[in-house]
Ligand binder design. Sequence first.
Ligand SMILES: [Zn+2]
Length: 178
Amino acid sequence: MNKVLHLGCRTTNIVEPAHGVLKIYLRSSVGDLASCWDEIDKMLAVQFGEIQGSVGRNKTVLEHKYKKIKMMRELEGYVSRRALKFIYDELKRSKTFNFGKEDCGCVQKTSYGLPCAGIIAMKSKQKLSLVLDDIYPHWKRLSVQGQEIDDDFSVMEDWNGIQERLKTSPYNMKLYIK
Ligand SMILES: [Zn+2]
């Protein structure tokens, strides 16, 4: 897992809760195909709203604590809050006593496409800042303060994917999705 670029999306933290929610919705419907589909439809509408809402929050809330860190200044406003937090944690790790590049492990670089503690330590030594090129495009999709970074960003792709998966799984599987 650590050698793969998974960008923080692991089945356990995203798919599992979604199935749990679906089960709760289905439990309240007793039976026929039409009513199950109604419940699934309702659930997707609610989730769609929640996804849109969280993207909106990501756009507008800035993490002021990162402003004070000179190295990260160029990233703020252009990179998602989650990525900023990951980078901040690696920065702290790079400053731990006796941190050696050989001990880095580089998980953040290989799995998340974000600068690892080794890279941060090296840049810091050379008095360089982290730049947008250090960040895998996945983390740069949100727009902030009216500046569009990625005009194509939309949750429609995910939304369509969820619907597609529900359509293609057999009826009895929909009832017993674990
Ligand atoms: Zn590293």
